[in-house]
Design a protein around this ligand. Structure first.
Ligand code: NAP
Length: 304
């Protein structure tokens, strides 16, 4: 493939898709590259209640709207995993399948990847008892007991979703306070199908006849072990930025991309937006905000 773009956007989550809308409306020849699902983490989110203009919207629906909108002004969208960005003024974006695409500016909007449960056999049972996507797999746990590990916004939002399907949802948190916003904590506490276990951490999986049948939890104060029977385990224990293909000089100590207010990075012509950058508030709306600014800055950079 030998096409040159004005701007290549890596990642089709809310930040990347918004950047594509702004870049293509500014008449920039724009390409979006997505390694997994269009819409990113949004596509795996049950319900969004804090995106202005939509009192309540399913994550998948909002992701579809954003994806459709992103291409309305001419941006192209392809699948592929970026492994390298090289060059200074003219840049080459290399994909894992060997394709090399050239452009003048890059916007990185690769988001984050969920942390996986660090227990013996957890990998083996991922997809058959352990799931990182309640929206995708919740259906398989209708009228069954499930356990959610973690107390952030993701864990609690998906707990409310799973409570519509499962017979019982147990949320396990390692402290005695939630990390999630107060509003959603109140909803979870008011849900009769949800039980909360505080100050416990996962210790091991219970497996019978090659199926998950529960999880053993350790009390962080007493080390006592409790078994919670369940058919499904949904870990929502945070996420790490997808930035391992970048030069470490662009990143902070946790791997997040360091950006200035205009979303520029330490590398000329490389901008970044969304959950993969160092910032305080990771929301769909703040990702869209970053994407708009990054595209505007890329357009100004290209005019210079
Ligand atoms: P998060 O906010 O980092 O929460 C991770 C949770 O997992 C915390 O309760 C944490 O406990 C727990 N945890 C971490 N490691 C653990 C371990 N090894 N064992 C047991 N528990 C562990 O992650 P998130 O919920 O995925 O959210 C990521 C970002 O996206 C956040 O900025 C969040 O606000 C944002 N987000 C926003 C929305 C929304 O606004 N609608 C929805 C989803 C996500 P501690 O609290 O004790 O550290």
């Amino acid at each position: 493939m030998n096409k040159t773009y004005d701007v290549i956007i890596i990642g089709a989550g809310p930040a990347g898709l918004t950047a594509a809308i702004y870049a293509s409306r500014a008449n920039l020849k724009t390409l979006i590259i997505e390694a997994a699902i269009n819409g990113g983490k949004l596509s795996k989110t049950y319900q969004i209640e804090n995106y202005p203009g939509f009192e309540s919207v399913s994550g998948l629906e909002l992701a579809q709207h954003l994806t459709d909108h992103s291409q309305k002004f001419g941006a192209e969208l392809i699948s592929g995993e970026v492994t390298e960005i090289s060059g200074t003024q003219n840049k080459t974006v290399t994909l894992s399948d060997g394709r090399a695409l050239t452009c003048k500016a890059v916007i990185i909007a690769t988001g984050t990847k969920e942390r996986t449960l660090d227990l013996p056999h957890a990998n083996e049972y991922t997809g058959r008892g352990i799931s990182y996507c309640a929206v995708c797999d919740g259906f398989f746990y209708r009228n069954k007991e499930v356990v959610i590990i973690g107390g952030g916004n993701s864990a609690l939002e998906e707990a409310l979703y799973l409570a519509t399907l499962a017979s019982k949802v147990t949320i396990v948190i390692r402290r005695d306070v939630f990390r999630a916003e107060a509003g959603i904590v109140d909803k979870v506490k008011a849900n009769e199908k949800i039980e909360i276990i505080t100050k416990h951490i996962p210790e091991s999986l219970c497996i019978k006849d090659d199926r998950i049948c529960g999880i053993n939890l350790k009390d962080v104060d007493t080390n006592e072990i409790t078994t919670v029977p369940c058919k499904g385990i949904f870990p929502y224990i945070g996420a790490d930025p997808v930035t391992d293909f970048l030069d470490p000089s662009l990143l902070d100590e946790k791997g997040y991309i360091i950006t200035k207010q205009d979303m520029s990075t330490a590398a000329e012509g490389i901008f970044a937006a969304g959950d993969c950058i160092r910032k305080d508030l990771r929301q769909v709306i703040t990702a869209c905000n970053d994407g708009a600014i990054a595209a505007d800055s890329a357009a100004r950079y290209l005019k210079q």
